[in-house]
Design a binder for this molecule. Structure first.
Ligand code: ADP
Ligand code: MN
Ligand code: MN
Ligand code: MN
Ligand code: MN
Length: 345
């Protein structure tokens, strides 16, 4: 028996973007044999997280996924859903509203900025670094600085230790901007892992005095001037079992019709302020248009070469519209909802 440190984490009631919250519960247990089923229900003061009124402030935390936390001896991270006192999902609990299907695979590419002293890490005080160009996948102090890669590497190890299906990292187009990718079979698994990876990133960056900026367009500016910097997306790559095994051009075109028809419903959950990012520039399609294109990074949905190979129209597609601050539960849920409107025969 040991004292296990369980970090219960949840999404708060802030809008338009939920924040992450966490608190520690100590339980007696055996770290080697500890499972999700061993995690008790817990609660918190919802009046401090915009999830309840002060006079009736209790919210419940229902454990839904467990991850080893290598930063703490005998530590675990417990992903939870917020419930009302009667045990029904809290209105802020988007996870509870989405269907789950292990046959649907999601790969999210999370972009973000490191921030320090109110500006992207590596930006000089009151000015700008050299224009975009050398930063994407860059190497060397001038391109990526020093602290950034230290944090990125520590985060990668923390995710792998946690059992998160982390797929890779790269420095992004803007200075101080990075990306990681996570792949999961099933909407809830993939989205849980994005939220836990965000949590780990925020927590690791604390000790370097660095913040994570998830806003999709922290730097505004006209195209091609020194103030012009890429925004941050969270591309959503998806495939159903049918798309991977059968597919076909007819089905693909019907699927794209459905995505076009529900354009507004998708945009509504693809993250706040997305009009600032989806401008038609910087490898985006504008927010009020829907398009798909083969290998086209200026389309709403990019169709990989591998998808159209041999005219098979089989595999996965990339929805490039979701942004870095979007809720992956809501994004995956909307993608599933639209897919379900299209008959497979
Ligand atoms: P790019 O930057 O060129 O868009 P990345 O390598 O960053 O490409 O991201 C590709 C994403 O596609 C990864 O997150 C990966 O997990 C995901 N992916 C690959 N195959 C599938 C699939 N069959 N279903 C869903 N997602 C997939
Ligand atoms: Mn990528
Ligand atoms: Mn990217
Ligand atoms: Mn990008
Ligand atoms: Mn992409």
């Amino acid at each position: 028996m040991a004292k296990l440190k369980l970090e219960y984490i949840w999404l708060d009631g802030y809008t338009p973007v939920a924040g992450l919250r966490g608190k520690t519960k100590i339980v007696d247990g055996d770290a080697d044999k500890f499972t999700l089923e061993d995690c008790p229900m817990w609660g918190f003061d919802g009046s401090s997280t915009k999830q309840a009124e002060g006079k009736s402030s209790d919210c419940l935390l229902k454990p839904v996924a467990l991850y080893p936390d290598s930063s703490r001896e005998n530590g675990f991270i417990v992903m939870t859903e917020v419930l009302l006192p009667d045990g029904t999902p809290h209105p802020t609990n988007t996870r509870a509203t989405i269907p789950d299907d292990e046959g649907t695979w999601f790969g999210f590419e999370q972009e973000y900025f490191f921030y320090q002293d109110g500006r992207p890490l590596g930006f000089p005080e009151g000015g700008f670094p050299a224009p975009q160009g050398p930063y994407y996948t860059g190497v060397g102090f001038k391109a990526v600085g020093d602290i950034a890669r230290t944090i990125v590497e520590e985060h990668l190890d923390a995710c792998i230790d946690a059992g998160i299906n982390h797929e890779g990292i790269n420095a992004e187009v803007a200075k101080g901007q990075w990306e990681f990718q996570i792949f999961g079979k099933g909407s809830k698994k993939a989205a849980d892992e994005i939220w836990v990876a965000r949590y780990l990133l925020l927590r690791i960056a604390e000790k370097y005095g660095v913040d994570i900026e998830f806003h999709c367009k922290p730097l505004l500016g006209a195209y091609d001037d020194p103030l012009d910097w890429n925004g941050s997306g969270m591309h959503c790559n998806f495939s159903t079992e049918f798309m991977r095994t059968t597919g076909g051009k007819d089905y693909f075109l019907k699927l794209m019709d459905a995505f076009s028809k529900y354009r507004e419903e998708h945009i509504a959950v693809y993250g706040p302020d997305n009009h600032l990012r989806l401008t038609g520039l910087h490898e985006t399609q504008s927010i009020d248009q829907f398009s798909w294109g083969i290998a086209d990074r200026g389309a709403s949905i990019r169709v990989p070469h591998s998808f159209v190979k041999g005219d098979a129209y089989k595999g996965y597609l990339e929805d490039r519209r979701p942004n870095s601050a979007g809720d992956p539960y809501a994004i995956a849920g909307r993608v599933l909802q639209t897919i379900q409107t299209v008959p497979t025969s």
